[in-house]
Design a protein around this ligand. Structure first.
Ligand code: NAD
Length: 394
């Protein structure tokens, strides 16, 4: 069928198989052009189908030549409904990896569950023996724990309510939005979903099953950002969860012999999870404009390649005073941030198209779902039932 984008709120309910494939191939091509990375050989990526997790998987496979096992939570096509973008991305990644002689298998299910942890461990034992790198890149709105309790995360501020500019990207209107503070319960629940508890459960389960190499490394992703996003992010409910995640990295290093836990603080980018955060899309579109003008804009793949090649898979990973790896270093450069600040003060509905990279924001948004990729004919009929090779075998 001919697949067109259907946008509801801040997501697209359709995705294009050929466009997703082109997007994965573009990321692979980027990594292939870069110098190789020594380090990881057998990698588990939890949250491997989109955004930073997909880019991590591609970087490890194509820069380190690593075998990758990905955990995803995606839906295949059904009737006239397309599969999720993550499904098509994973199908395309596996096809490329197999063609290029790389091991790539996928487990599809809820990474928070005991069952998926068990299946993953069985697969590692069967095929890889042990893994030497575990990437934890989940971004989820809710989590059901092993005890069967479901927690939902919220994107709210904490303490006082907070008012600042925001953009309705569809109409281009710059307006003010007031964010209510989260309740104590909402903060606790957000920490349950996006904090480090499940990451630590994964490492405990992998360690207990003896499927981690001695000297294994695990990394989870975080965001800090400039002051203007702090009420919303760093000091918001999600920031509380990230603080918990940061503390978990240290606990992992201290409590699990032979395992090192790291946090990489990444750049703000358009992904399915960041589009949902109020205020942040306006900040991202201004940031894109400034970073592109300075020639230092990066997408997920450039960020993740730089993380593995320069910062994580090196003898002594460089960390800041809080022990965090920073690949948001270019975003946080004082010259970049002072320009963003100035533009933030000036931006309104009339000048938004000039001041902010609204076009670039939309391009990234569409490309996440396989649309707006050059070289793809969107008028053509496409087969929407695309199998993920390793899921067909099992
Ligand atoms: P994303 O939405 O693009 O990717 C999240 C991945 O998690 C997807 O593959 C999704 O399918 C998977 N997932 C969600 N729930 C799952 C579940 N229950 N079981 C298995 N898989 C599940 O998001 P992203 O922006 O790449 O976020 C990844 C991490 O990077 C998050 O920790 C996020 O906070 C962090 N981060 C994001 C940004 C940003 O600007 N996007 C910046 C810095 C850090």
């Amino acid at each position: 069928m001919v697949v067109q984008p259907k946008i509801r709120g801040f997501i697209c309910t359709t995705s294009h198989p050929e466009g997703c494939k082109a997007n994965v191939e573009r990321q692979i091509a980027y990594v292939k052009q870069q110098p190789k990375t020594q380090g990881a050989k057998k990698v588990l990526v939890i949250g491997a189908s989109a955004g930073y997790g997909l880019a991590s998987r591609i970087s490890c496979a194509y820069s380190c030549g690593a075998a990758t096992l990905g955990v995803i939570f995606d839906k295949p096509a059904s009737g006239s409904r397309t599969a999720t973008a993550g499904w098509y991305n994973t199908a395309a990644f596996e096809q490329c990896a197999h063609r290029d002689g790389l091991y790539a298998k996928t487990i599809n299910g809820d990474a928070f569950s005991l069952e998926i942890k068990r299946q993953t461990i069985d697969q590692i034992k069967k095929d890889l023996g042990k893994v030497d790198l575990v990437v934890y890149s989940l971004a989820a709105p809710r989590r059901t724990t092993a005890e069967g309790v479901t927690y939902s995360s919220v994107l709210k501020t904490t303490g006082e309510q907070y008012t600042n500019k925001t953009i309705d990207l569809r109409s281009g209107q710059v307006t003010e939005v007031t964010l209510p503070p989260a309740t104590e319960q909402e903060i606790e629940d957000t920490v349950k979903v996006m904090g480090g508890e499940d990451w630590k459960d994964w490492i405990a389960a992998l360690k207990q099953a003896d499927v981690l190499e001695q000297g294994a490394v695990t990394v989870a992703y975080s965001y800090i950002g400039p002051e203007l996003t702090h009420p919303m992010y760093l000091n918001g409910s999600i920031g509380q969860a990230k603080r918990h995640l940061h503390a978990t990295a240290q606990e992992i290093t201290q409590e699990f012999d032979g395992v090192k836990g790291y946090i990489s603080v990444n750049k703000a980018l358009v992904t399915q999870s960041s589009t949902a955060i109020p205020i942040v899309p306006l900040y991202i579109s201004i940031l894109y404009q400034v970073m592109k003008r300075h020639g230092c804009h990066e997408g997920c793949i450039e960020q993740m390649y730089r993380l593995f090649h320069e910062k994580l898979l090196v003898d002594c990973p460089p960390v800041d005073a809080q022990g965090l790896i920073r690949v948001d270093d270019w975003e946080m450069r004082p010259d970049i941030q002072s320009e963003v600040d100035e533009l933030w003060k000036d931006i309104d509905t009339e000048n938004a198209e000039q001041i902010a990279d609204i076009k670039g924001y939309w391009e990234d948004f569409y490309q996440m779902f396989g649309f707006s990729m050059s070289g793809v004919d969107y008028e053509q009929d496409v087969e929407i039932n695309v199998p993920i090779p390793s899921l067909q075998e099992s």
